[in-house]
Each structure stands twice: as structure tokens, then as C-alpha cells.
Design a protein around this ligand. Structure first.
Ligand code: MG
Length: 370
């Protein structure tokens, strides 16, 4: 795909080319070009969680080009952390001229410099640039990202499929539509939790995980709900209480059997050690960590602390979800279905066969235009 085709595909309104300033070596002689655009992803179903309800999501697309090779990346800013698409795009454009590392093979140093230049609170923007650079490096070496990172794609876990909050009737219907997936993740955290789970259970016996998205604010309520969920054959619970209620969550965990995973409570590597008393595991997302390199660091920190790890995603195209899928063999549970919720995915990448993640074998992310 040439640049013009890509821009058309990405629905670019305005292109702001920005030459990153290069230094040293012959390999770095030609400056990299970074182009950004916003892409509106339309959802197949209205998506409802405790936090929001929406028909579409906007993501930031990054095209990193150098030496005739294109790397593509994407970031889905998370409103919960006050990140927004336009601001993410502006942040990337604003670092023009500040980057002195010219060789993408020095990606550790390059990405650190970009992270510093973007400043705090730009995790999705950081993810978009990080993914694009890894795609570029893989393409330049002609190896898939998983090989570049020393990962065996056969170890990829099963991904679940998420069911948003809805009426019992539609929940039943969505459960039936997810027949191909051996594991489901159901959004809870409202007054309607019991009817929701009963609706799912009325049509399937398969393993279910739930995500309360900080919805239970009373610890006794959380204990009651989790113990009831255990009776319904639920596997684990994600973020039962608000992120800041660490002490309450620790108390809840001491009173229940189901494992508890931190999502909203885990937004920085430095927070992971503090979660050990209150949680059994963490949910890593590229849009929270700011890309692949930092996500791997989170996974390794969690492992060192005997925490379990799940790998999640936001509503994104196959670009981000494929990037995450390449590191999924490093985690216990995958929740990588954000692209499957999108009606106008511009890319083809990771495939899912009965929940099994099948990584593309092409160089870099291995994406092809849809
Ligand atoms: Mg979550």
C-alpha cells in the first residue's frame, strides 16, 4: 500500500508531516517521517459499560516511514484517564524536532525519548508511535513482531469475547451470537448484574469472566455480588471497586474465593507492587502502558510479584489488537476482541478461530489492508 492509499484508508482530513530530527550514523541518514490522522471506528452494536455508551470510537493512527518502509500504529485514548483523540494527535505532532535518536533499531532509547517528549498523560499517543516503530523494525528485518521479541506464537492464549451491558433479551441474543468463542467476558457493575448473568447462563455453560469497571462502591455489596458470581461458575472478576478504594478491595479479596484483577487501578508500572495485597492479577493494555515495550515491562514486573496477567484492549482496529496479540503468549488470559466490535476495521491482522489467536506471519505486525 502506498502512502496515498493509506491516507485514504485512514480517512485523513489533514496530514501534518513531521520530520523527526535525526543525528548520527549512515543508517539514520534519512529522517523518519511521522504522519498522524484520526480514524472513526463504527461499532457493530452500541457499546455500554458502567462508564459510557457509544456508537463509535475515534482512534489516532500513526504512519512512521523511513527508507521506503512504512510502520503503522494506533492509539485509542481512554476517557477515564482524561485522554482524548485530538489531544493525542496534537501531542504527537508537537514532538516534531525534539527527537534526536535517528535509528529505529535503537528503539529503547528512541521510545524513551519520545515518551519524555510527549509528556505525562499521553499513553495512547505513546502506544500509537511505539507500535508503528515496532512494525517498522520488524518489516526492516523481515521478521514478524513475535520473532523480533523472542516469543512463540503457539503459546498464545484463548481470547474471550466481551458482552456489553444490555437488556436480558439482547444479552441472551449476544451470547448466542458469540457461539464460536469458548470463553466470555460479561460487563457488570450495575443493579442489573443478576438478570444479566442469568440471561447469559440461560443459554450457555461456558466459562465466564466479569468486569465490573469500578461499579460496586460498597465493599459488602461487592462481597455479596462476587460470592453470588462464584455460584454461577464465574472464573474471575475484574476491577470490582473504584481504583482508589485499594484498602476496601483488599478487604473484599480476603472474603471471597474468586481471583480479582486490577484494570483501572493499574495505570503505571510503579503502581503494580502496591496492588499485590488487593489483587490477584493485572490487566495490561497497550493504551494504558503506552505501547509494546512498556507492556512487556509491566508483564515482567507482575510476574516477579507473583501476579497473574491478562492482556486487554480498548475498542480499536486490528492494528492495536494485532500488536497486543503478538505479546499475548506472555500472559495468562487474553481479552483481545476490540477489533471484532468494529464494523469498518481498515486492517486485517490477527485472526480468531474458536477463541484461538492466530498471529499473522508477515513482517512487523503482519497487517494487510482490509
Ligand atoms: Mg476492564
Amino acid at each position: 500500500m502506498n502512502r496515498r492509499e493509506y491516507l485514504k484508508l485512514a480517512g485523513v482530513a489533514a496530514v501534518a508531516p513531521l520530520a523527526l530530527v535525526d543525528s548520527n550514523s549512515a543508517a539514520a541518514a534519512e529522517p523518519a517521517k511521522v504522519e498522524t490522522s484520526l480514524k472513526r471506528l463504527n461499532l457493530r452494536h452500541t457499546w455500554t459499560t458502567t462508564m459510557s455508551s457509544s456508537e463509535y470510537r475515534e482512534t489516532v493512527q500513526v504512519h512512521y516511514s523511513k527508507e521506503g518502509i512504512s510502520g503503522y500504529g494506533e492509539g485509542a485514548p481512554i476517557v477515564r484517564y482524561k485522554e482524548y483523540p485530538e489531544a493525542a494527535q496534537k501531542a504527537i505532532e508537537a514532538i516534531a524536532g525534539q527527537i534526536t535518536v535517528g535509528d529505529p533499531f535503537e528503539y529503547r532509547k528512541l521510545l524513551r525519548q519520545i515518551r519524555e517528549a510527549l509528556g505525562p498523560g499521553q499513553h495512547a499517543a505513546m502506544a500509537a508511535v511505539d507500535i508503528a516503530i515496532f512494525d517498522w523494525v520488524g518489516k526492516k528485518l523481515d521478521v514478524p513482531l513475535y520473532r523480533l521479541l523472542g516469543i512463540d506464537p503457539k503459546d498464545a492464549p484463548i481470547t474471550d469475547f466481551s458482552i456489553g451491558i444490555d437488556t436480558p433479551e439482547i444479552t441472551r441474543q449476544k451470547t448466542l451470537e458469540a457461539a464460536d468463542f469458548p470463553v466470555l467476558k460479561v460487563k457488570v457493575g450495575l443493579k442489573t448484574d443478576e438478570p444479566t448473568i442469568e440471561a447469559v447462563r440461560s443459554v450457555t455453560k461456558k466459562p465466564i469472566r466479569v468486569d465490573a469497571n469500578e461499579g460496586w462502591t460498597d465493599k459488602e455489596e461487592a462481597i455479596r455480588k462476587i460470592n453470588w458470581l462464584e455460584s454461577q461458575g464465574i472464573e474471575y472478576v475484574e476491577q470490582p471497586m473504584p481504583a482508589h478504594m485499594l484498602e476496601e478491595t483488599r478487604y473484599v479479596r480476603s472474603k471471597v474465593h474468586l481471583p480479582i484483577y486490577a484494570d483501572e487501578a493499574c495505570t503505571d508500572a510503579s503502581m503494580i507492587p502496591k496492588l499485590v495485597e488487593a489483587y490477584d492479577g493485572i490487566n495490561v493494555k497497550l493504551d494504558k502502558s503506552g505501547g509494546i515495550l512498556e507492556a512487556i515491562r509491566w508483564i515482567e514486573i507482575a510476574r516477579a510479584l507473583n501476579l497473574k496477567v491478562m492482556l486487554g484492549c480498548m475498542v480499536s482496529s486490528s492494528c492495536t489488537v494485532t500488536a497486543a496479540a503478538h505479546i499475548s503468549p506472555l500472559v495468562d488470559h487474553a481479552d483481545l476482541d476490540g477489533n471484532l466490535l468494529v464494523a469498518n476495521d481498515p486492517w486485517r491482522g490477527v485472526r480468531v478461530d474458536k477463541g484461538r489467536l492466530i498471529l499473522p506471519t508477515g513482517p512487523g505486525l503482519g497487517l494487510t489492508p482490509a
